[in-house]
Design a protein around this ligand. Structure first.
Ligand code: NAP
Length: 325
């Protein structure tokens, strides 16, 4: 097998495409022939040693992938060679094969292609848990999505629309505004060139959004929060801008608003039955055509470095997917 090996956590330049022995699965593991893997923001952090989970070296990055089961361990039930599967591991996806705990492997809904399957669970799972479960979003409410053209952002936009909400997309370029409007956003704000507070006032008749979905953080958090509506819910999803903002507590008091932390990975581990229900609801929306991963580019696995560079320079619109021939 071949894989991108990380032997030191100094960033993507240290990754090497190497031939490795093909591993046999342990009793509770399966080996998957990887067909497609998508890039998620934590894949950037993990090769720099900046992610909350720090795997032992050397490791193969790649947290989300799809493929076909090749071999199963003696204690594995319910998965057979030949099964089409989705895998949410923390590592292992950027290669041709991976051995993974069977508990991290799910059958792939038959409607999903390998590319869509590899670009689905992480972003849609996070955004469904955030908007529908934690924020209890209702039809007719207004949601402001920051980083709306990114991975979790495009998923949040589609989920909010599928739930009957009005969506204002916040992004950093005109091209990203156009993408979000094509995806169904009711309005788009270029926060790199417009006054964010003024624009939010204008698009909500002065009331402010009911829900704010924030995977960006940094200096966008405070003006966004100051614009939130009465009984608003501010979803803390991530800090793609790099810095972790601090908000004065009087702002929550003045708006009767809540700040809601989102940690989808721990939700899946702590509440597997609820997570499975949410994935089922998402599969139904996918089958109806209400949601569909926005794939920015499909690249051969050997061109992984280009994908990393594109995400780190904020160019990705939707998801980047790497495939094995
Ligand atoms: N809490 C959870 O459970 C959970 C789950 C999944 C992901 N996340 C987090 O959510 C965030 C987004 O993940 P993603 O996979 O959607 O990433 P992504 O596709 O790269 O999207 C991130 C967006 O953030 C904006 N951004 C602002 N400053 C940036 C910078 N310096 N570098 C890169 N992007 C920047 C960009 O939008 P503009 O250019 O339009 O500003 C970009 O589209 C990450 O922090 C990730 O760790 C959290």
């Amino acid at each position: 097998m071949h894989a991108w090996l990380c032997e030191q956590t100094t960033g993507v330049d240290a990754l090497q495409w190497k031939e490795l022995p093909t591993p046999e699965p342990g009793p509770k593991q399966v080996r998957v022939a990887i067909r497609a893997a998508s890039l998620n923001f934590p894949d950037i952090l993990i090769v720099q040693g900046k992610y909350q989970f720090k795997p032992e070296l050397p490791f193969v990055p790649g947290s989300e992938y799809s493929g076909v089961v090749e071999a199963v361990g003696s204690e594995v039930k319910g998965l057979k060679p030949g099964a089409r599967v989705l895998v949410l591991g923390s590592v292992g996806g950027f290669g041709t094969q991976a051995v993974v705990e069977a508990s991290r492997v799910q059958p792939m809904p038959s409607a999903l292609s390998f590319e869509d399957g590899a670009a689905f669970a992480f972003t849609y799972g996070t955004s469904y848990h955030a908007l529908i479960d934690r924020a209890a979003l209702r039809a007719g409410e207004t949601v402001f999505v920051l980083g709306a053209a990114g991975g979790v952002g495009t998923a949040a936009l589609q989920i909010a629309k599928a739930a009957g909400a009005r969506v204002i997309a916040g992004v950093s370029s005109q091209a990203k505004c156009e993408l979000c409007l094509r995806l169904g956003a009711d309005a788009a704000i270029n926060y790199a060139s417009e006054n964010l507070r003024e624009a939010l006032k204008q698009h909500t008749d002065g009331k402010g959004p009911d829900v704010i979905y924030d995977p960006v953080g940094g200096d966008l958090a405070e003006p966004s929060f100051r614009s939130i509506g009465w009984r608003g819910r501010y979803l803390v999803v991530g800090f793609a801008q790099g810095s972790i903002p601090a908000l004065p507590l009087n702002l929550m008091l003045l708006k009767g608003a809540s700040v809601v932390g989102i940690f989808w990975g721990d939700f899946v581990r702590r509440e597997p039955a609820a997570s499975a229900q949410q994935m089922e609801a998402l599969a139904q929306w996918y089958a109806k055509g209400s949601i569909k991963p926005v794939v920015d580019q499909v690249l051969p696995m050997a061109r992984l470095r280009e994908a990393y560079a594109r995400m780190a320079s904020r160019q990705v619109m939707g998801k980047l997917v790497m495939v094995n021939a």
